[in-house]
Design a protein around this ligand. Structure first.
Ligand SMILES: Nc1nc2c(c(=O)[nH]1)N[C@H]1C(S)=C(S)[C@@H](COP(=O)(O)OP(=O)(O)OC[C@H]3O[C@@H](n4cnc5c(N)ncnc54)[C@H](O)[C@@H]3O)O[C@H]1N2
Ligand code: MOO
Length: 401
């Protein structure tokens, strides 16, 4: 069999994303949209703050009377405004977030005031100042652009949308996926594993990675290495927007994913990527459905899911920027020169940089579970010395999922 030459992973990512478009949108209560992607630009429906507010607890005074003394004539509490301008010599009690009185006014901090009955004066510390006033529209004004289409709704973005007067939001519809484990050696029950078997672990790992980006996950398999079994399993994947397979993607006699997909009438878009781990990655389409065929080795499966599957799901869910973002950090260890494939090296965060994990075999789950970052080394790179800057994807506490 003559094999297609492996393509660079950046090119493969671009080709995959160019094939995909957002699935459409649905309207959801804003409070339920964290993690979703905004389907349209969001404009403010109101101004925030809607009036000048006090930023501190204390007293509101006239802006032309910053040193007093004053007479306290009332109060503005949050939600209970004082509804007139101050006359000369007047002050009102004011709390943080409460409306300032009408007219130009300033705030005297409570800690800087001395009060006896309603008589109020400075206590020798700072005078009243307009700096403690939050001006009308400080955050945004009605009609301002708050968020772009395709933005991921972080918890803060949800708060912003609510503050902007939006009780519901149009967000991208989430894809439905099927995740298929394949291989004769896989045991479904990790507590009952014959010596010639290993527990099926990729499906659960992949499902966990996709959670939050999908509406439903159908788990299929483990599917034995026969065309009949594969045929039966694929027949159950018809409702999925994306079918994810792991294993059986390489060139062995029992690697049936590709022939089974072809028989299922999926069209192979590309197969084989110049990256380590992850060379046998396969992308196919059946009508509007995508197939992401991940390599079976657990590390290869995870890394290719991170670089291809999750970006595809994000794009389908409406993300404007679906790819993970690498940052640059010093490597604390020397790294060997690379060959013809880009390398994704499992690493941990160290003191002032990244440090590589000892076991880099693509079957090694212990090192994978310990990894907090992937160092991305280009193909044909020379040796890196300790202290050299390298591109890093953060998987833990900052993973761009
Ligand atoms: N002659 C060649 N052999 C191989 C090549 C190659 O280019 N030429 N590529 C190697 C690379 S790179 C990888 S990666 C593997 C991937 O092969 P497959 O995708 O066909 O995966 P399998 O052979 O089915 O399985 C590999 C490995 O992973 C274990 N596995 C599979 N599925 C699961 C699962 N759901 N849970 C846990 N573990 C799983 C499986 O038992 C194998 O140990 O091919 C190389 N070979
Ligand atoms: O690419 Mo395989 O994924 O090297 O083990």
């Amino acid at each position: 069999m003559s094999l297609p030459p492996p393509i660079p992973h950046e090119e493969a990512q671009a080709r995959l994303l160019a094939m995909a478009a957002p699935l459409g949108s649905e309207r959801r209560p804003t409070g339920d949209t964290a993690g979703r992607y905004l389907a349209a630009p969001l404009l403010a429906r109101r101004t925030q703050p809607p009036a000048d507010l006090s930023a501190m607890d204390g007293y509101a005074v006239r802006a032309d009377e910053l040193t007093g003394p004053w007479q306290v004539v009332g109060e503005s509490a949050a939600g209970h405004p004082f509804d007139r301008a101050l006359a000369p010599g007047e002050a009102i009690r004011i709390s943080t977030g409460a409306l300032m009185p009408q007219g130009e006014a300033a705030v005297l901090l409570q800690e800087n005031a001395e009060r006896e009955g309603n008589a109020l004066r400075l206590n020798g510390e700072d005078a009243a100042t307009p700096r403690h006033v939050r001006r009308n529209g400080l955050d945004f004004a009605q009609g301002d652009a708050l968020l772009d289409a395709g933005t991921r709704l972080s918890p803060a973005a949800v708060a912003l949308a609510l503050s902007g007067g939006h009780g519901t939001l149009d967000v991208g519809r989430l894809p439905r996926i099927a995740v298929l484990d394949s291989g004769d050696e896989l045991a479904a029950d990790p507590e009952s594993v014959a010596p010639h078997q290993i527990p099926a672990s990729n499906g659960a790992m992949l499902a966990a990675m996709c959670k939050g980006l999908v509406s439903e996950i159908d788990r299929l398999g483990p599917v034995p290495d026969t065309m009949e079994a594969m045929r039966a399993a694929l027949a159950q994947a018809d409702a999925a927007d994306v079918l994810v397979t792991s294993g059986g993607a390489s060139v062995g006699d029992h690697d049936l994913v590709r022939p089974a997909l072809e028989e299922w009438e999926a069209e192979i878009a590309f197969w084989r990527i110049a990256m380590k781990p992850g060379k046998p990655l396969l992308i196919a389409r059946k009508g509007a459905q995508f197939v992401v065929g991940l390599p079976g080795n657990p590390v290869s499966s995870m890394v290719t899911a991170y670089l291809f599957l999750l970006p595809l799901l994000r794009r389908l869910a409406g993300a404007a920027q679906p790819l993970p973002r690498a940052i640059t950090l010093p490597t604390l260890d020397a790294l060997p020169a690379t060959g013809g494939r880009a390398e994704l090296v499992r690493a941990r965060m160290g003191d002032g940089g990244v440090t590589l994990l000892g076991q880099q075999d693509s079957s090694a789950l212990r090192a994978l579970a310990a990894s907090e970052a992937l160092i991305a080394r280009p193909a044909h790179a020379g040796e890196a010395k300790a202290g050299d800057m390298v591109a890093v994807y953060l998987l833990s506490g900052g993973g761009w999922t």
